[in-house]
Design a protein around this ligand. Structure first.
Ligand SMILES: [Zn+2]
Length: 71
């Protein structure tokens, strides 16, 4: 699960993940990777062509980071 954790940390560093996202994800990662991913994906839901959480174009950088990690 190193790859996913790296993706989360990278997202925090470049600012695409909010502090709440990173804390939640890291905490839940210890318990279950899938739950952490679902929690993030629930926050970053699609609303028409935008992400609800970051108001960025869907897929937003957070979702892309997760997808890039292959998770
Ligand atoms: Zn988003």
């Amino acid at each position: 699960m190193g790859t996913l954790l790296e993706a989360i940390e990278r997202g925090s560093v470049i600012g695409v993940l909010g502090a709440a996202d990173a804390v939640l994800a890291t905490k839940q990662l210890a318990e279950r990777q899938t739950q952490a991913l679902n929690a993030i994906r629930e926050l970053h839901e699609r609303e028409t062509t935008l992400c609800i959480e970051c108001a960025d174009k869907w897929p937003c950088p957070t979702i892309r980071a997760i997808n890039e990690a292959g998770a």
